[in-house]
Write a protein that binds this ligand. Structure first.
Ligand SMILES: Nc1nc2c(ncn2[C@@H]2O[C@H](COP(=O)(O)OP(=O)(O)OP(=O)(O)O)[C@@H](O)[C@H]2O)c(=O)[nH]1
Ligand SMILES: [Mg+2]
Length: 298
């Protein structure tokens, strides 16, 4: 498909187009997820830049390298009347708590426009889910997009964590996250693509983001970026060919969150219990050795 056609398809995308209509969905939410500094905010700027005419790049979403992460508040950026991108807070690690927060953002449990603070206890997490009932949103069709730097190699442990993460995104949304490999010209993106495919990714697209320093529009760079949005819309069309119930899907996401939080709670309790046993054993051993020492002196 040529670039003109891609742009037209995106601009004219309508949720009503399929045989079953929109089934209650009113917009597509492209949910950008990933580690801090991997290029989520830059990707939003790039998408808007490519869809707009002209060569003036506007930094809609602030993008720069910042220790600890730059984007803290979930923000929405509309691409068309029907398609909105969400710049979610990036995570530093993939530990249980941060991941729970990533799922909460993906499931729209954290309202748009709200600062995302990593919670460190289970009751706060449960409370956040309950609070989301104040303003329940079930009319957004969620599409996860995972943004990852092509320069950052993945070790086997991370690979397992990412595989589970991709799988859980499918459980929550019915869509396998689209993998966007940024810094295309700086890393071995072919190798990275292979790794992600081995983890279960269906669509992997390497791109070079447009930045204020490097903003000359070229055919290849612009096409790559549009392909990501096009691929997301293909997923939406595919899912809308089947009868759907947005309210039910929202309930299912909520159940997933409760179950996930319950699982990590059990996991943490088990770890705590094992730590206590090992500490007690060490203490007893030390006591025995001290006693032995006293006996031999006698
Ligand atoms: N060369 C190059 N630089 C990029 C690319 N993508 C992002 N950058 C740069 O990488 C830095 C971090 O990018 P951001 O878009 O702020 O990353 P982020 O994922 O939004 O980070 P947080 O908000 O901290 O989670 C910025 O200085 C960008 O200009 C790319 O594809 N190529
Ligand atoms: Mg950002």
């Amino acid at each position: 498909m040529d670039i003109k056609q891609l742009k037209e398809n995106i601009r004219n995308f309508n949720l009503e187009d399929g045989d079953l209509g929109s089934q209650g969905y009113t917009r597509v939410l492209l949910q950008l997820l990933g580690f801090t500094g991997h290029g989520k905010s830059s990707f939003i700027n790039s998408c808007k830049y490519v869809l707009e005419e002209g060569e003036d790049l506007t930094e809609y979403a602030e993008a720069k390298e910042k220790q600890g992460g730059l984007t803290m508040v979930r923000k929405a950026y509309s691409l068309t009347d029907r398609i909105t991108m969400i710049d979610n807070r990036g995570c530093k690690t993939m530990d249980d708590f941060e991941r729970a927060e990533v799922y909460a953002q993906l499931g729209n449990v954290i309202p748009i426009g709200q600062e995302v603070n990593w919670k460190t206890n289970f009751s706060d997490m449960m409370a956040a889910i309950e609070n989301s009932e104040m303003d329940p949103n079930f009319t957004d069709f969620l599409v996860p997009i995972f943004v990852y730097r092509a320069t950052k190699l993945i070790n086997p442990t991370e690979m397992e964590e990412l595989r589970t993460f991709l799988d859980n995104c499918v459980k929550m949304t019915g869509v396998v996250p689209i993998i966007v490999l940024t810094f295309k010209t700086e890393g071995d993106y072919l190798e990275m693509e292979k790794q992600f495919r081995l983890m279960g990714a269906e669509t992997v697209i390497a791109i070079e983001n447009y930045t204020t320093e490097r903003k000359i529009k070229t055919l290849g760079r612009s096409t790559d970026i549009l392909m990501v949005i096009d691929s997301a819309l293909r997923n939406v069309r595919f899912r809308l060919e089947q009868p759907r119930n947005p309210r039910r899907e929202r309930i299912e996401r909520k159940k997933f969150m409760y179950n996930y939080i319950h699982q990590i709670q059990l996991h943490h309790e088990k770890e705590k219990h094992e730590r206590e046993i090992s500490e007690r054993e060490n203490k007893n051993k030390k006591q025995e050795e001290e006693n032995k020492g006293t006996c031999s002196l006698l």
